[in-house]
Write a protein that binds this ligand. Structure first.
Ligand code: KIV
Ligand code: ZN
Length: 390
């Protein structure tokens, strides 16, 4: 059975760029957008054009540049936002307007001071108005994660009647449990009239560290678009990480779901975004962190040297990392030391290795990591002090 496609909607340049101190200029955004297009992203959310002249310019220029992906612009359910987004998108080959409104009791009461019926009216009007400019209109029900499912279904029906092509169900505050978020998508699939005509989309935040798990729960229950960012950056604790969902689908063929993303671009794209935004990637970040394919304990190193699959579920080359790293520390064993020494041109007999290992441990205990220059030094010391090298 052929795998079903899940569309990847990248919002690095919109939700991702909301990270304090990570603002990008138009030139930087164009560079990242070009890479996203090259790696196979289906939709690039390029910005929020009404928010500033700079964002308007970036969306305009990205629209001119991108040839494969749809280019999307965010708006509130406000006519002026939608008109300005349409203007910024006018050169896009595949333009999409992303409009919506808050639907949770908290948003309705404190942000809008209005009623549920008025929210439904505004949702309908915003989508209808956006449809005057573009065919492809995505509607978001902000804070859907904390919205009652029955009411959410009514909002979704209104958006579909107005012509929405995609319904975004954001867990804006990152509150849902995976089971709960999956059940929400299932409920909408089963109870919204006309839902078969649209694509449901997962947009999950990471406040409880569940953004990726929630997005996966969403697609396992029928959503077919994931909104995500490179390195999981985004408002507060961030969004679902693109590299994580792409690799989860790839490494779990029983899900029978696929994406258009070429995974060998993942590592270099992570580096590109990190560099342009000046935002470092935590070393233990899945898939793209510096330690994602680094092995430090002696037991693991011994296993990986014998066969990579003992401690790795992904071939690093698949995501653009040249090779697994064996990090030498005081926790490393003889196998790792011999492996590194051999790579550096030192073929050691068993007796020599025993000698070098003693020097190595003395050295390693005083340091966080033993690097190649240290190995040369350890070899010299061992040669001087021991008959095994005579
Ligand atoms: O988190 C959210 O709800 C959003 C919407 C604007 C789509 O980013
Ligand atoms: Zn968001």
């Amino acid at each position: 059975m052929t795998a079903e496609k899940v569309e990847i909607f990248d919002t690095t340049l919109r939700d991702g760029e909301q990270v304090p101190g990570c603002k990008l200029n138009t030139r930087q955004k164009l560079k990242i957008a070009a890479r996203l297009d090259e790696m196979g992203v289906d939709v690039i959310e390029a910005g929020f054009p009404v928010s500033s002249p700079g964002d308007f310019q970036s969306v305009t220029e990205i629209s001119k540049l991108i040839k494969n992906a749809a280019v999307c612009a965010l708006t509130r359910a406000v006519k002026e936002d939608i008109e300005i987004a349409a203007e910024a998108l006018k050169h896009a080959r595949y333009p999409r307007i992303h409009t919506g409104i808050g639907t949770s009791p908290t948003h309705i009461k404190y942000k809008f001071n209005t009623t549920e019926d008025k929210i439904i009216e505004r949702a309908f009007e915003a989508v209808s108005f956006a449809k005057l400019f573009v065919e492809d209109v995505e509607f978001y029900a902000e804070d859907a994660g904390r919205t009652d499912n029955e009411f959410l279904a009514r909002v979704c029906e209104a958006a579909i009647k107005a012509g929405a092509t995609v319904l975004n169900i954001p867990d804006t505050t990152g509150y849902c449990l995976p089971e709960e978020y999956g059940a929400k998508i299932k409920y909408l699939k089963e109870n919204v009239k006309g839902v078969d005509k649209v694509r449901l989309s997962c947009h999950c935040h990471n406040d409880l560290g569940l953004a990726t798990a929630n997005a996966i729960a969403g697609i396992m229950n029928g959503a077919r678009q994931i909104e995500c960012t490179i390195n999981g950056i985004g408002e507060r604790a961030g969004n679902t990480a693109l590299e994580e969902v792409v690799m989860i689908l790839r490494q779990h063929p029983t899900l029978n779901l696929t994406t258009n993303i070429e995974p060998r671009y993942l590592f270099s794209t992570s580096e590109l975004v990190s560099r342009e935004m000046g935002m470092f990637v935590q070393p233990n970040k899945s898939i793209v962190g510096a330690n994602a394919f680094a092995h430090s304990s002696g037991i693991h190193q011994d296993g990986v040297i014998k066969n990579r699959e003992t401690y790795e579920i992904i071939n690093p080359e698949d995501v653009g990392v040249t090779e697994s790293a064996i990090v030498l520390t005081a926790r490393s064993g003889r196998a790792a030391l011999a492996y590194r020494a051999k790579k550096m041109g030192y073929e050691l007999t068993k007796l020599q290795l025993d000698t070098v290992y003693v020097e190595f441990l003395n050295f390693a205990d005083a340091r966080k990591e033993v690097v190649d220059t240290d190995i040369h030094h350890i070899m010299e010391l061992s040669k001087k002090n021991n008959v095994a090298f005579a």
